[in-house]
Design a protein around this ligand. Structure first.
Ligand code: AHM
Ligand code: MG
Length: 346
């Protein structure tokens, strides 16, 4: 029998590299795995919503969709809120900082998460995901502040995601490699299935919503044309519309995921704090790279919790090629985006 490594054991093994660690950080990661199991249990029953709802008239199908988002949000917040671990939390489902009751004192970490990304896919049984990341509190006061949250991605301590797909997987990094675990639903444990994930050198796929192609800046259009028949040969197109799944496929098989800017939205769609930073950190730890089209996502100084970024992530050379073509062709977009970034400073 192969040596079985559960996610709990793996997190503890990683923590041994930090002899002064108190165990709080370990507990946070272990509870993210617990949250993933609880959310997986509900998402796999999502199709039963109308049946369950029919038996309970207060619980119609449409409501349940929304409830799944809120359920996931609540599970993650409540596992962390009264444990003295976090000084602040941010969720895509809520505006502003989530109140952390001081029952056990405030902690030294900041948790950011998107509880169910791609949730419009729930009602058609397509994979969805959870994204999370952890920063360390750095301000001196007792309580967590917006400054503690608005840190550059390069200062992240950990990031991960969960995919609720044909199987449930959790992938995480604490800055020394990327590790993937698959949930064995019978024993209820995440087992190490993908040790030390590295993005393959040869890209296979690109993922982008082509419906927006006419509104992309010229450089992006050139770039996508190249992907369809450039020096790498044509890449295959795969787009689920569920970023965690699109990202995961391309991480394991090589390629690029993009949500480019367009004439309607020079800032794109992806949220810097709860989506882009985490995936950029994971990509970089797996040998890849993420950019907003101009610079490394991890170097962007955030100014606003709701800040959005154009997002190009995957094989380094592909993302850098996108940057080069944008520099060459898209001055108008660069100006519009820089104005957007300046406005974020408020
Ligand atoms: P959400 O956080 O509201 O679910 O939106 C994010 C999702 C990503 O998962 C996905 O890549 C993207 O939105 C799809 O957007 P579009 O339908 O415009 O292609
Ligand atoms: Mg999202």
């Amino acid at each position: 029998m192969h040596r079985l490594i559960t996610i709990e054991r793996h997190i503890q093994m990683q923590q041994r590299e930090f002899p002064h660690a108190t165990g709080t950080f370990t507990a946070m990661l272990q509870d993210m795995a617990l949250a993933a199991k609880l959310i997986a249990r509900e998402t796999t029953r999502a199709g039963l919503g109308n049946i369950l709802g029919a038996a309970d008239s207060d619980n119609p199908f449409g409501e349940r969709q929304q409830k799944l988002d809120l359920f996931a949000d609540e599970v993650i917040a409540s596992l962390n809120s009264e444990a003295g671990r976090v000084c602040a939390m941010v969720s895509e489902e809520r505006s502003g900082l989530i109140d952390v009751p001081p029952t056990y004192g405030t902690g030294k970490y900041v948790l950011l998460y998107d509880p169910l990304d791609g949730s419009s896919n729930i009602d058609v049984n397509v994979s969805i995901g959870t994204i999370f990341s952890i920063h360390r509190k750095y301000t001196r006061g007792e309580n967590g502040t917006l400054d503690d949250v608005l840190q550059e991605g390069m200062r992240l301590l950990a990031a991960g995601y969960v995919i609720y797909g044909s199987s449930t997987m959790m992938v995480y990094t604490t800055g020394s490699g990327v590790y993937g675990f698959t949930l064995d639903p019978v024993i209820g444990e995440f087992i190490l299935s993908h040790p030390n994930i590295r993005i393959p050198d040869k890209p296979r796929y690109y993922s982008v919503n082509h419906a927006n192609a006419r509104r992309w800046p010229e450089g992006v259009q050139h770039f996508v044309n190249e992907l369809q028949g450039g020096q790498h040969g044509a890449l295959q197109l795969r787009y689920i519309g569920s970023m965690v799944s699109d990202f995961h496929r391309n991480l394991l098989q090589g390629g690029i995921f993009m949500y480019p800017p367009d004439t309607h939205r020079p800032e794109g769609k992806i949220r810097l704090m709860v989506e882009a930073q985490a995936l950029a950190f994971i990509a970089e730890q797996a040998g890849g790279y993420a950019s907003d089209g101009l610079r490394d996502i991890l170097t962007i100084r955030p100014h606003n919790l709701q800040q959005r970024v154009p997002f190009f992530v995957g094989n380094r050379e592909l993302v850098q090629r996108a940057e080069a073509l944008i520099q060459q062709h898209d001055h108008e977009w660069i100006n519009a985006y820089q104005t957007y970034c300046q406005n974020q400073r408020g």
